[in-house]
Design a protein around this ligand. Structure first.
Ligand code: DO4
Ligand code: MG
Length: 282
C-alpha cells in the first residue's frame, strides 16, 4: 500500500492519496494530513476505510509532492563502509572520527531538513553556490510515527557538499542543511522493517542525455539496524508529528565528480520505485 501526497492542476492544496496501478485514489478531503494517517495504530486499515468508494484519478492528472507535511527530516551517517571510507579520504585531519563512529554503539545522527527544504519528484535539488563539490546521497528513508514506530519507507536524497564537510566536520550543518538539500518520494510504502533488510538501491546520474554515473548497493550492507537508529533518535526527544530518518548512503560517486546544474539524479529502491530530480545551481 503506497501513500502519495499530490496536488491537482493549478490548485496548490496538498492532498493525500493511495497509489493503485496508474491511478491515485483520493483519500479524505484536502484537510487530511499524512501525519494523521501515519500515527494511526493501524495505518493500513485507516487507509482502506478511507479508500472505499473514493474518487479515482488517472496518475497523469496529478502532480506528486514530497510525501511530508510537518515532520522533521534527520539523517544517519557512516552506516555503510563505503561512506566511512569516502569521509576518511575527504577529511584527512578528522578521518579517525569517521572510523570511531562507524564502530561505536552510538550512531551519527544529524538534523537534515524541515519540510520547506525538501523537494518532491521532478522538483529541483539545489547545489549550494559556495560549494565546489556536491553529491547526491541515495538513501532508504524510514517513516517513523510520533510513537517512534517505523510505519513506512520512502526514497531519500541527502544532497551534500563534500568540500564543506571535508574542510571541517563542524561545518556539517552547512554542508547538509540548506534550501533544496533533500528530496523525498515518490510515495510512502506502508511496510515493516523486515521487508526492507535486503533491498537494492541504485543511483544513476544523467548529464546532457548521457549516463555519467551509475552505482548500486543493498540495504543488507548497512552496519546498523533500522530499529536501533530509531531508538537512538528517540532518546530524550519527541516528534509530535513523526519524523523521517535517512539511513545513510552506501553509494559514493568518484572524487572528481560534482553535480552540475541540469544533471538529473535518479534513485531507485527495490519496491519503492524511482525518485527523479534535476539539480540546479544556487
Ligand atoms: O558524517 C557525515 C555524513 C555521513 C552521511 O550523510 C552518510 O553516510 O550518508
Ligand atoms: Mg547521507
Amino acid at each position: 500500500m503506497r501513500l502519495v501526497k499530490y496536488a491537482l492542476g493549478a490548485d496548490p492544496t496538498p492532498r493525500v492519496g493511495l497509489f493503485e496501478g496508474d491511478e491515485v485514489v483520493a483519500l479524505g478531503s484536502g484537510e487530511l494530513r499524512l501525519s494523521t494517517l501515519l500515527h494511526d495504530d493501524d495505518p493500513a486499515s485507516a487507509v482502506r476505510g478511507l479508500s472505499a468508494g473514493a474518487e479515482r484519478l488517472p496518475l497523469a492528472t496529478v502532480r506528486l509532492l514530497a510525501p511530508i507535511d510537518r515532520q522533521e527530516v534527520w539523517g544517519a551517517g557512516v552506516t555503510y563502509e563505503r561512506s566511512k571510507k569516502a569521509r576518511e579520504e575527504e577529511s584527512e585531519r578528522a578521518a579517525t572520527f569517521y572510523d570511531l563512529v562507524y564502530r561505536a554503539e552510538r550512531p551519527e545522527l544529524f538534523f537534515k531538513a524541515t519540510p520547506h527544504r525538501v523537494v518532491g519528484p521532478g522538483e529541483s535539488i539545489r547545489i549550494r553556490r559556495d560549494a565546489r563539490w556536491t553529491v547526491p546521497e541515495p538513501e532508504l528513508a524510514l517513516v517513523v510515527s510520533s510513537r517512534m514506530r517505523i510505519v513506512g519507507f520512502t526514497i531519500g536524497d541527502d544532497v551534500s557538499s563534500r568540500d564543506i564537510e571535508g574542510e571541517n566536520p563542524l561545518y556539517l550543518p552547512q554542508a547538509k542543511v540548506y534550501d533544496g538539500c533533500c528530496a523525498l518520494g515518490p510515495g510512502i510504502l506502508l511496510a515493516t522493517a523486515d521487508d526492507f533488510r535486503d533491498r537494492s538501491i541504485r543511483l544513476e546520474i544523467v548529464r546532457g542525455g548521457s549516463r555519467i554515473f551509475e552505482g548500486e548497493t543493498s540495504t543488507a550492507r548497512m552496519a546498523r539496524r533500522f530499529e536501533d537508529l530509531v531508538a537512538w533518535l528517540g532518546r530524550d526527544q519527541t516528534f509530535p508529528d513523526g519524523v523521517i530518518l535517512l539511513t545513510g548512503t552506501g553509494i559514493v560517486p568518484p572524487d572528481d565528480f560534482t553535480l552540475e546544474s541540469g544533471d538529473v539524479v535518479r534513485i531507485d529502491i527495490e519496491g519503492l520505485g524511482t525518485l527523479e530530480t534535476p539539480a540546479v545551481l544556487g
